[in-house]
Design a protein around this ligand. Structure first.
Ligand code: PEP
Ligand code: MN
Length: 339
């Protein structure tokens, strides 16, 4: 259920309602907007008695939510969420670019790539210290050592750090060394991990599962929000299909589909979405053209020597060209209103 407050509702009125929701054993999620505040209710098994709230001061209307998700929807928050990290943001007017290697490999590698990322004007640096590899014998990442390098990158280059947590103890480490928790495709339905990220003060980048429907993906975001963390960014990174010309099939229709249902920002990962260097730039351009709020791109100083995902890593030149092209597209479509 969703309680929509009147435009002139006072903070006291909102607090009173939140107090009653807590007394009933539920959880209230106030979502302030530019027009009005709405309060989502979670934690109820059956229907909540609407008459309890309808006549309370400040209440405009009580709406039953028939969809399986409550907090991710535009019903609760008609305006887009903008996730802010210091002076950087995802979901606002600027196109957000998150770039860096698939995996941290050394201090030198990280610094060399971070310098190129900073020079491009991107605000976010990506890089995995804990890697979810298909084979247990493949490079698993540098672990906490890699996290420390990320913290140095943040310090020296002023970039915000986006890095994956594979498990709950990984979230502790991202909280210590990073700025945004990446939850990978393979963990999209790791519910205890989603709940742990939902209790973090850091924003979450939630990748779409390898074969997840839109509804499953949004419900995974709902898990995080239900714990009180409303700073979630969705990431389309391709799904498993019968196609063999790409590593995954990048489902760009998911961007407008999400946009129609949810206020959450959504970005595109054309690196994992294609798995092939020569396809990254064309699909990045397409992702921005369909209205993505940002891109996450793998770039490497020596792709041929990369310990992970070298085939999809861009060289610095290719990456710079991508940034220039997607910015030009973004500038054209923002006034048209695709976003
Ligand atoms: C990654 O970003 O390096 C990664 C492992 O992505 P995904 O979870 O989308 O496979
Ligand atoms: Mn990768």
């Amino acid at each position: 259920m969703l309680i929509v407050m009147k435009v002139e509702a006072t903070n006291d009125e909102i607090e009173t309602i939140l107090g009653i929701i807590t007394e009933l054993g539920y959880r209230g999620h106030p979502m302030p907007g530019s027009q009005r505040t709405a309060i989502g209710i979670t934690g109820n098994q059956g229907a909540v008695d609407a008459s309890r709230f309808e006549n309370m001061p400040g209440v405009a209307e009580v709406v039953r939510v028939s969809k399986p998700y409550k907090l991710v929807t535009l019903d609760l928050r008609p305006e887009k969420t903008i996730v802010k990290i210091g002076d950087a943001e995802i979901g606002g007017d600027q196109l957000a670019i998150i770039a860096g290697p698939c995996a941290l490999e050394s201090r030198e590698q990280a610094f060399s790539i971070a310098e190129a990322v900073q020079r491009s004007g991107a605000k976010f640096f990506r890089g995995g210290a804990f890697k979810p590899r298909t084979s247990p014998y493949a490079f698993q990442g540098m672990g906490e050592e890699g996290m420390k390098i990320l913290a140095e990158v943040r310090e020296i280059y002023g970039l915000k750090i986006v890095t994956e947590a594979l498990d709950e103890s990984g979230v502790d480490l991202v909280e210590r060394y990073g700025d945004m928790i990446q939850l990978g495709a393979r963990n999209m339905q790791n519910f205890s991990l989603l709940k742990r990220a939902g209790r973090s003060h850091l924003p979450v980048l939630l990748k779409r599962g390898l074969a997840a429907t839109l509804e499953e993906w949004l419900l995974a975001a709902e898990y995080i929000m239900a714990e009180g963390n409303y700073n979630v960014v969705l990431c389309e990174r391709g799904i498993r299909t019968f196609a063999q010309h790409t590593r995954n099939t990048l489902d760009l229709a998911a961007i407008p589909a999400v946009r129609r249902i949810s206020h959450l920002p959504v970005i595109v990962d054309p690196s994992h979405g294609t798995g092939k260097n020569y396809m990254v730039n064309p699909l990045a351009r397409a992702g921005v053209a369909v209205g993505a709020d940002g891109l996450i791109i793998e770039v490497h100083d020596h792709p041929e020597r990369a310990l992970c995902d070298g085939a999809q890593a861009l060289t610095f030149n290719q990456y710079n060209q991508l940034v220039e092209e997607v910015r030009a597209i973004h500038d054209v479509i923002v006034p048209v209103g695709v976003m």
